[in-house]
Design a protein around this ligand. Structure first.
Ligand code: PMV
Length: 333
């Protein structure tokens, strides 16, 4: 395919890992130490438009209508696409993050997944989902999973060609909901990249993490196929706590929890004591994601709204995989 003379627009949704990716076997190629499994969310997504052009003198990035001065990470990513397509044109990249309110949520998963789809097509490549996932992975590991909708597994592989995500169940049978409880909008102090590196190099528990994560993954896959929500929730919660234990046991130690994180965790446990089946997970930041069933989601949200702003409590269902659009939508949801 020749390069596109029109901007190519792609939409990708973000995802939350139920079995976490935490640690790289190869830093440069972003090959993980363990397989991970996520659910793509319907409520958080990024729309990205890309056009390569002979008339540009550098890559141009416009994020949420603002011109970004330092686009080094995008340029490094586009270099991969240019190399593969055999072109040397720069690109104009326009990206809009659709998150309810200015949530300050990490959006690298949806961002690099949308960028992989839009830039490869704009460069004249016609990549299948496997190759899109491999490409997205080079921007951010978790982006490899956002190519697909529903439940997705990232198979760690051993090299660039066999490390990619696959669909586990595109349209979940389970009536699952993930409630994002946004507690802190400021930037995290230790990036996931740095946090993983430190955990791999210094935590005495890293080997135990790798071993138990492999069996956690099997249990979650069984839970998905048998529609067993409690098993999925229990294993996801335990896996998240094991990931955070790596941060506590690393040196120098670090912690993503804030006091309010613990309050929400305790709240989830008290819901459970009162017969509501719900669990929690957390990424490399203080926000808590509550894993529950649709039938309980509104009760949980309204209960939490007594002490937290309801705008900061977002209920998401399963979202779809990456897709191409005709027009970029410029306003938030
Ligand atoms: O892909 P990154 O570099 O944003 O790392 C993601 C790390 C976690 O969100 C904590 C876990 C995961 O699997 O998404």
């Amino acid at each position: 395919m020749p390069i596109s003379h029109y901007p190519v627009i792609a939409r990708a949704h973000t995802n939350i890992a139920l079995i976490k990716y935490w640690g790289k076997a190869n830093e440069k190629l972003i090959i993980p130490e363990n397989n991970s499994l996520s659910m793509t969310l319907d409520n958080f997504y990024t729309d990205t438009s890309v056009q390569f052009s002979q008339s540009l003198t550098h890559d141009e990035l416009i994020l949420n209508h603002q011109l970004i001065d330092d686009s080094t990470r995008i340029t490094k990513f586009l270099d991969l696409v240019r190399k593969r397509a055999g072109i040397n044109f720069y690109a104009k990249v326009e990206s809009i993050n659709h998150v309810p309110t200015s949530a300050g949520m990490a959006s690298s998963a949806s961002a690099f997944s949308a960028l992989a789809a839009a830039s490869s097509k704009a460069a004249g490549l016609n990549l299948n989902f496997k190759d899109l996932s491999r490409l997205a992975r080079r921007g951010s590991g978790s982006a490899s999973r956002s190519i697909y909708g529903g439940f997705v597994e990232w198979k760690k592989g051993t090299n660039d060609s066999n490390s990619y995500a696959v669909s586990i169940q595109e349209h979940p049978i389970m009536d699952i909901r993930l409630i994002t409880v946004i507690l802190n909008r400021s930037h995290k102090r230790i990036s996931s990249r740095e946090g993983m590196k430190r955990s791999v190099q210094t935590s005495p528990y890293y080997d135990a993490w790798k071993k138990t994560t492999a069996s956690d993954l099997q249990k979650v896959k069984n839970a998905i196929s048998k529609n067993n929500f409690n098993q999925l929730g229990q294993v996801a919660e335990s896996n998240a706590m094991k990931m955070h234990a790596l941060t506590l046991s690393a040196w120098p130690d670090f912690m993503y929890f804030k006091p309010d994180t613990i309050k929400v965790i305790n709240k989830v446990k008290s819901f459970r004591d009162n017969g509501i089946n719900c669990y929690f997970t957390m990424d490399a930041g203080p926000n808590v994601i509550i894993v529950c069933l649709k039938k309980d989601s509104q009760f949980i949200k309204s209960n939490l709204s007594k002490t937290l702003k309801s705008d900061n409590i977002v209920v998401s269902g399963p979202g779809e995989g990456v897709k191409f659009l005709h027009k970029i939508k410029s306003e938030g949801k």
